[in-house]
Design a protein around this ligand. Sequence first.
Ligand SMILES: NC(=O)c1ccc[n+]([C@@H]2O[C@H](COP(=O)([O-])OP(=O)(O)OC[C@H]3O[C@@H](n4cnc5c(N)ncnc54)[C@H](OP(=O)(O)O)[C@@H]3O)[C@@H](O)[C@H]2O)c1
Length: 257
Amino acid sequence: MKKIAIIGAGNMGGAIARGLAASEAIENYHIVVSNRSTEKLKQIQQDYPVIEITTDNQKAVEQADFIILAVKPWLIEEIARELTYTEKQVVCSVAAGISLETLSHSIETAQAIYRVMPNTAISKRESMTLISSLYSSEQTDEELLALFNQLGVAMLIPETQMAAATALTSCGIAFVMKYIQAAMQAGVEMGIRPKEAQLMAAQCVKGASCLLEERAAHPSVEIDKVTTPGGLTIKGINVLEHEGFSSAIIKAIESAR
Ligand SMILES: NC(=O)c1ccc[n+]([C@@H]2O[C@H](COP(=O)([O-])OP(=O)(O)OC[C@H]3O[C@@H](n4cnc5c(N)ncnc54)[C@H](OP(=O)(O)O)[C@@H]3O)[C@@H](O)[C@H]2O)c1
């Protein structure tokens, strides 16, 4: 069974630690979390008493097979450089915008280096997690995918696509929230209570997402199913197009990369 060290117990490191601890992927005593201060570590240990905690980063990584660096981007190089790795260890950085090449200057001996980009839904174990690698093998790819698939859906992509894919997935969470917020505004204007409108819009997004899980699914197919000729849905769809909905989404995602 693999051992995992997480350096940084903030939003992202804490969510990864909690998500893995709640999953079947790993025994909780194989997770060690290190953080500069102790408050967040104590909270994690309160939730999952068997997880090991420490403020000593090197001690945390010593027995680990996978090391996840979850500190702020401006600290990642310094912290990565301070640690000593073995040639068997796999090092993953979740730092936004820090390239594999930059990381490779601070991490010389590892078996493989990965960039891992979850989104905030990782706290609900529903992240879309993007993964790019340097010196990786099929085995480490599969092991890492298996880990992050416990926290949602993970996908290997070339690093050249990381910025564009992050715009779709990390910024995408905010864009989808804007749709939900706008749908709520419409609902409230038509007399629906805000909480109820929120549930209706959010469940609708969740349902739409579930419909696309089927093998041959495509948005056009699902749209066709609800657009009766001469009906109300096609009127609404055409208003969206006249008002530039698709164009706004395309421009928003392209501008966010
Ligand atoms: N939040 C997201 O949605 C998201 C999404 C994708 C990627 N990321 C990436 O995840 C990384 C972490 O972001 P975050 O939002 O989780 O930040 P955060 O909440 O500030 O967490 C960073 C943690 O690192 C700890 N830390 C700082 N210096 C340390 C050191 N020398 N040794 C050990 N721990 C140290 C901090 O401890 P103290 O509290 O003691 O300072 C803090 O708990 C960033 O690089 C970000 O780009 C975040």
